[in-house]
Design a protein around this ligand. Structure first.
Ligand code: M6R
Length: 612
């Protein structure tokens, strides 16, 4: 989604801003722009397309030189098509106030009408431009920029993370947040504000997280934070822990491939210090203070979107079977609008890689409003969901840059598996059974390594199917969500239409699609329902469908039933998805590469969806 970088200090802001925008590219965007403050006016440059095009366009541009305050933006279009004019920054009538904005101004149409009636001249089709004109109006009487922006924002309905500059205040940035993240990097004689720490860590690790409803006046050597009603807020400086090397490709062709290969390590990191395999015990610091309420809860509700929702579905199988707690899994975007029945007896987990997904945030706030205990399973430390929940589990997968989520998924499953063992023990699981489970879980990273090592073989299979028009993914039990996730990975990055189904559900409809052109990926581990899935495979074969089986290393029958077999190590049933998803990630990746798509930044998609 949209990205913001602002700079005030002693340096030329343009290199800092462009570098920051490049570090935000993974979020997904379609145009970009920069602005710097000069006493004679604000200079703005904007381009549809990639940041590289903006970089080329501003190279050697003397009009941008000589300033020490500036900002940049990468836009993911909501209102108005992606073109030069609609790209941010947007300016007021006289070009002396400029705004970059993430989020949506919901009452922009009414505001625009009012401003036009007062003579304001609009140039773009965006909702953001109303902010520039609204601030222009208030600035006529406000004592300073911060007061003018506060007054304007009091009239706004919607969400925003924004930065405002004006010619009258060189050396000042005003930043405000409601529902869209903003972080201030505190440097030595300079400050960098950004929507994501990835744009900041090259310069400083000391950061201030703005909260909803807060506005900050940022100067090179001072930051003043207030509410929109001018109540002063004292902010703490926190430290960001991730390394810049973590957000570089490290020799891999794509971030997605790097992140797939990182999984043995990221899964280990998720267990480190938490899992004692020999003792059969699990310790989750972020849940200790709520362990009793969790163990006694009426049910657990997982809220999430996309891959995080799929992780919740796997979690449902694991928790219900092992910990015997009823679980519901909800699309966050649906949950909030259907007056859910939820209360203090329930525990709600917001599941999110980014911790910034607008739908998930809104849904968990709704559950909180009804008195539920709201916890998080979150990857990004310090993200909004992490800060607004009453505890939870950090997944410790490290920064995930590829838009298609891979390592975040297996880390979410790892966190859910750990939590399951912990809860099951507090609800009567024997020490001996707990030891079996912890031993199984501890063995998973090595099993994932064995699957990743088959990348070349999976690439060969991908070549065979790269021109397919459709794909079907089938699985049963906890591997049904794996089928959903495999289909999501393929459609996201290869643009091939793909659907995931419970294998037995196929005969109730999708079977009509099967002919000799339909590849059908079946996850068929040797578990209690192996024979049932084999019957489903026979149904596909009878209609000439082309089977790609994800089967166990010791399955000697499957070769006769499938055109291709990808082998996975045998894994205790409910933890199997952590291993079984790996070949599907690799298959999607290599098919996308063979089709020449932009794997890490697929069309129309954003890494973190911060609008509804
Ligand atoms: O950051 P989140 O986990 O909250 O994101 C949820 C979805 O937007 C995300 O999983 C999306 O579906 C991915 N592109 C899947 O690969």
């Amino acid at each position: 989604m949209c990205g913001i970088v602002g700079y005030v200090g002693m340096r030329d802001p343009i290199p800092v801003i462009l570098d920051g925008l490049q570090h935000l590219e993974y979020r997904g965007y379609d145009s970009a722009g920069v602005a710097v403050v000069h006493p004679a006016g604000i200079v703005v440059r904007k381009r549809a397309g990639k940041v590289a095009e903006l970089v080329a366009a501003v190279a050697g541009d003397q009009a941008l030189a000589g300033s020490t305050t500036g900002m940049g933006h990468s836009r993911w279009a909501t209102h108005g098509e992606p073109n030069d004019v609609n790209a941010h920054p947007h300016t007021d009538c006289g070009g002396s106030i400029a705004v970059v904005h993430n989020g949506i101004i919901e009452n922009y149409a009414a505001l625009k009408k009012r401003l036009q009636a007062r003579g304001h001249l609009f140039r773009s089709a965006t909702d953001t431009e109303v902010l520039a004109h609204l601030i222009e109006d208030f600035r006529k009487t406000a004592p300073d920029l911060l007061s003018a922006v506060s007054a304007a924002l009091r009239e706004v309905t919607g969400t925003y993370g924004l930065v405002v500059l004006e010619t009258a205040s060189p050396g000042v940035m005003v930043a405000a947040r409601l529902g869209s993240p903003l972080i201030i990097g505190v440097g030595d004689g300079e400050q960098i504000v950004a929507s994501d720490a990835a744009a900041i860590v090259a310069h400083t690790r000391q950061v201030i997280y703005l909260n909803d409803g807060e506005i900050a006046e940022i100067k090179a050597d001072a930051i003043r934070t207030t509410t929109l009603q001018d109540v002063t807020i004292t902010k703490e400086i926190e430290e960001v822990t991730f390394d810049l090397s973590q957000i570089e490709r490290g020799g891999f062709a794509h971030f997605m491939l790097k992140e797939i290969h990182e999984q043995p390590e990221t899964i280990r990191n998720g267990m480190r210090g938490r899992l004692r395999a020999d003792e059969g015990s699990v310790k989750l610091g972020g849940l200790e203070h709520v362990q009793e309420r969790l163990a006694k809860s009426r049910r657990i509700i997982f809220l999430g979107c996309g891959t995080s929702w799929h992780a919740g579905l796997v979690g449902e199988y694991i928790l219900e079977q092992i910990a015997k707690i009823p679980v519901e899994v909800e699309y966050a975007s649906e949950y909030r609008y259907r007056t859910p029945i939820v209360g203090p007896e329930d525990v709600v987990f917001a599941v999110s890689q980014s911790g910034e997904t607008a739908d998930t945030l809104a849904a968990m706030r709704e559950a909180k409003r009804h008195g539920a205990l709201v916890l998080g399973i979150v990857n990004v430390v310090g993200s909004t969901i992490a800060r607004e929940t009453d505890g939870g589990i950090y997944t410790h997968a490290g920064p995930e840059i590829g838009v298609a989520s891979t390592k975040a998924f297996t880390s979410q499953l790892t966190a859910m598996s750990l939590m399951t063992i912990m809860l099951a023990k507090s609800r009567g699981l024997s020490a001996a059974d707990a030891r079996v489970l912890t031993t199984e879980l501890a063995a998973i990273p090595e099993k994932v390594e064995r699957v990743v090592a088959q990348a070349d073989e999976i690439r060969r299979i991908a070549q065979v199917y790269k021109d397919a028009k459709n794909f079907l993914f089938l699985g049963r039990g906890a591997n049904f969500p794996v089928a959903l996730e495999g289909a999501l990975k393929l459609k996201e990055i290869s643009y091939i239409h793909a659907e995931g189904y419970p294998a037995a559900e196929m005969k109730h409809g999708p079977i009509a699609l099967i002919d000799e052109h339909m590849p059908v990926v079946v996850v068929v581990p040797r578990d209690a329902i192996y024979e049932k899935v084999v019957s489903n495979i026979q149904e596909v074969r009878a209609r000439k469908g082309r089977i790609i089986a994800i089967a166990n290393e010791d399955d000697h029958e499957i070769g006769a039933l499938a055109e291709h077999v990808i082998r996975v190590p045998r894994t205790y049933g409910f933890f199997g998805p952590i291993v079984n998803i790996i070949p599907l990630q690799l298959l999607a990746y290599y098919i996308a590469v063979a089709r020449g798509t932009n794997v890490d930044q697929p069309r129309n998609l954003a890494k973190s969806v911060t609008v509804e």
